[in-house]
Write a protein that binds this ligand. Structure first.
Ligand SMILES: [Fe+2]
Length: 210
């Protein structure tokens, strides 16, 4: 499998990706032209700050998948699951295997390990979205070591790699995935490809995901 983007909000009128159908089509062309072969659409779910049109999700994805397929792109429908106070974590997993999860920025969610283990019991591997953002986590914290030991994968955003926010994690070789978290920026596909060529060890790990 070639280059994949495992985190984006590009499905039109589904969440906060504010991409029109026309922009979506142009964006897919830019993904294909930049050499990306696979896209996982990961709309927010259970995020208290974002309204997601769950009712239209499947039909919009079906339309998007056909359009992408006509350009030779492989797609998955996943989700970015906000881990808040809910008891049981329910995700729309990417390729039935990976649960992309996000958290609040300033405090770890309650019963974090118990609930992530719940995902693993559903045979899912948690991917921690934009890990560099969480102020309660850093590359050397015992919490992070524990998350890695339990098998969580760590994802950084392209922008954070470029501006240096993700460097503490990259320098310790802790990042498994770089993705765009694209909400409609047409420069991101080519920047993802560039960033992965700058960090070949991450690109290699991403090859091994499938
Ligand atoms: Fe996101």
């Amino acid at each position: 499998m070639g280059v994949c983007d495992l985190h984006c909000h590009l499905l039109p009128e589904i969440d906060d990706g504010y991409v029109s159908a026309e922009q979506f089509s142009r964006m897919l062309n830019l993904y294909a032209e930049s050499g990306i072969t696979t896209i996982a659409f990961t709309p927010h779910i259970y995020n208290p700050y974002v309204t997601t049109n769950v009712a239209k999700l499947r039909s919009t994805y079906q339309w998007a998948k056909e359009l992408a397929s006509s350009l030779g792109l492989v797609t998955y429908l996943g989700s970015e699951l906000y881990v808040g106070e809910q008891d049981e974590l329910k995700s729309l997993p990417i390729a039935a295997r990976y649960a992309l999860v996000e958290f609040g920025l300033s405090l770890p969610p309650p019963r974090l390990f118990e609930r992530l283990s719940g995902l693993q019991k559903q045979s899912l591997t948690p991917i921690l979205a934009h890990v560099e953002r969480y102020r309660w986590l850093d590359p050397k914290s015992p919490l992070l070591v524990q998350l890695k030991q339990m098998g969580c994968l760590l994802q950084s955003n392209v922008e954070a790699v470029e501006n240096g926010d993700a460097l503490p994690y990259l320098k310790h070789d802790l990042i498994d995935i770089i993705a765009t978290d694209n909400h409609g920026d047409e420069t991101l596909p080519v920047r993802l490809v560039q960033t992965l060529s700058d960090w070949p060890q991450v690109a290699q790990r991403m090859e091994n995901l499938w």
